[in-house]
Design a protein around this ligand. Structure first.
Ligand SMILES: Cc1cc2nc3c(=O)[nH]c(=O)nc-3n(C[C@H](O)[C@H](O)[C@H](O)COP(=O)(O)O)c2cc1C
Length: 229
């Protein structure tokens, strides 16, 4: 049993709502799973390099070879740059494939995911890496908890529902990789800027309710996810 915890807020831990919430989930889950493995990756302190031409060249060769046939990546590599790109990619892919629970801290930046998180997504979404020869996915049993913090509000009745490109995007990307829809939980903390933005004070009670609901939901999820046997 292994928890992979990723954070992508550019704020320091003390100021970041998503970092505080993912930390709460991780501590609660680990307290109930003392034999579980845990790995934390900070995508801001330790950024994933953006993909480059060699990554794309190798990816195209893999596509030409045909996915989901069994892919022998090492035999398709032609240059030193491709070797470097593949080694970097494979290490991050293995981290996900070897995990049972993926915890993603994903604050909303310009209606979408932060670039730090997108760099990780672009890198690990390499042709065929999560697909078996029979078309099955190695992520079929992965449980995913996304924690998203947003300065404003985008839920039902907010009038800004159409501007949320983060939650629908992450849900679509995860299901396309083979994660079961029932295994994806998205926990939201809204109106986080109400505390500091002048003129937004009237939103503070709603912000506090949203944060309290996120705390409660994460506590329930941390207790309900499978434990090692
Ligand atoms: C670069 C940047 C872009 C942002 N864009 C949005 C946005 O599009 N919508 C929104 O509601 N809040 C936006 N915010 C506010 C953050 O979503 C909010 O501060 C959130 O709490 C950040 O997560 P964190 O507290 O974990 O750092 C943005 C903040 C930054 C730094």
């Amino acid at each position: 049993m292994r928890l992979l915890h990723l954070d992508s807020s550019a704020h320091r831990a003390a100021e970041s709502v998503s970092r505080r919430l993912t930390d709460l989930f991780a501590r609660t889950w680990r307290a109930g799973n003392d034999r579980a493995e845990y790995h934390h990756r900070d995508l801001v302190a330790d950024p994933v390099p953006p993909i480059g031409p060699a990554y794309c060249a190798l990816g195209r060769r893999v596509e030409q070879h045909g996915v989901p046939a069994p892919v022998r990546y090492d035999e398709l590599i032609e240059t030193e740059d491709e070797r470097r790109e593949w080694d970097l990619t494979r290490a991050l892919v293995d981290e996900v494939r070897g995990s049972d629970v993926l915890l993603l801290g994903a604050p909303m930046y310009n209606f979408a995911v932060p670039a730090a998180l997108k760099a990780w997504i672009d890198r690990i979404t390499f042709p065929g890496v999560f697909t078996g020869a029979d078309g099955s996915s190695s992520l079929a049993d992965l449980r995913v908890v996304v924690v998203t913090s947003r300065g404003g509000a985008y839920g039902p009745g907010s009038g800004a529902e159409d501007l949320d490109f983060l939650a629908p995007y992450l849900r679509s990307w995860l299901t396309k990789q083979g994660v079961a829809a029932r295994n994806i939980e998205i926990v939201v903390a809204d109106r986080t800027l109400a505390e500091i933005v002048p003129g937004y004070e009237q939103a503070r009670p709603a912000a506090a309710r949203s944060l309290a609901a996120a705390h409660e939901r994460l506590g329930v999820l941390a207790g309900a996810l499978p434990v090692p046997t």
